[in-house]
Design a protein around this ligand. Structure first.
Ligand SMILES: C[S@@+](CC[C@H](N)C(=O)[O-])C[C@H]1O[C@@H](n2cnc3c(N)ncnc32)[C@H](O)[C@@H]1O
Length: 261
């Protein structure tokens, strides 16, 4: 278990898909189409295959290599996609992946992943990519912004503490958290890639009440773990936010990034 269960990934998928920047998505699809029949896409931290579905229907004709260290999520991906596209399901820790994994790829993708990784992981990945012809499409990198329509006096402190939790080690060393996309962009540019970034925020409203509920509760748990704020004030903030679920929208900022040699 990676800590990301199917229920949570399913809950966020519709919001993720509508948040992805449409222009970058189209450029990514055009890039793979140019590579022609049999183009290979490698998806890092693939979970149940959300990126494949986000790029469907075109993506169903591509070859995919879905890599994740969680066997249950990969089993669910196989359950959903089986032979629908030509897919290899690879159980591996991303720290252990060698450049060989990308050598024949037209595109490497990742979504909701790079805010979990360290700068040294990204530096190694970019060095490996620069030995290949592959482009990189990294979607939904959290940017540190959470903003609700109706302000609560504790919002700012809670989000600051949450962002400090986002920088904790998630299995790759100190996480980049909200700085993931700008750091990745600069590493790629240093290696001669042309990089485009576009905002891809979640815009949550009463239709996303279940997602908001889990997001707010998860945020409160993370903030509690930081011990930066008192238990009572976190519980009060969480209760007030949950009470306003149906009436207050919420924006959670992300960056999408597409890079080509
Ligand atoms: C937030 S989820 C995103 C999943 C999927 N990309 C999506 O957008 O739904 C992060 C994914 O990264 C995977 N992951 C986390 N650490 C990993 C590691 N060290 N090696 C391989 N996969 C990892 C998790 O199992 C999970 O599937």
């Amino acid at each position: 278990m990676s800590g990301f269960d199917t229920h949570w990934l399913d809950l966020r998928e519709a919001a993720d898909h509508s948040a992805r920047d449409g222009n970058l998505r189209k450029r990514v699809i055009d890039h793979v189409a140019q590579a022609g029949e049999g183009a290979l896409v490698v998806d890092l931290g693939a979970g149940t295959g959300s990126t494949l579905r986000a790029l469907a229907p075109e993506a169903l004709h591509w070859r995919w290599r879905l890599i994740d260290n969680d066997p249950q999520l990969l089993a669910e991906a196989r359950n959903r996609h089986g032979d629908e596209a030509r897919i290899d399901y690879i159980e591996a820790h991303l720290d252990d992946t060698s450049a060989k994994v990308f050598s024949d790829a037209s595109l490497v993708t990742a979504s909701a992943l790079f805010d979990l990784v360290s700068e040294s992981f990204l530096a190694r990945l970019v060095a490996q990519l620069s030995q290949t012809e592959a482009g990189l499409y990294a979607a939904l990198n959290y940017d540190g912004v959470c903003r609700w329509d109706g302000v609560h006096p504790m919002d700012e402190e809670v989000v600051a503490a949450f962002n400090s939790h986002q920088r904790r080690d998630k299995g790759f060393g100190t996480s980049l958290g909200p700085s993931a996309a700008p750091v990745l962009s600069s590493l790629l540019e240093d290696q001669g890639f042309q990089v485009t970034m576009a905002a891809s925020p979640w815009r949550l409203d009463s239709k996303h009440a279940d997602l908001q509920r889990q997001f707010i509760s998860g945020m409160a748990t993370a903030v509690m773990e930081t011990e930066l704020l008192g238990e009572e004030e976190i519980n009060d903030w969480c209760a007030a936010r949950l009470e306003r679920l149906e009436s207050s929208g919420c924006l959670v900022g992300h960056w999408d990034l597409f890079a080509l040699r």
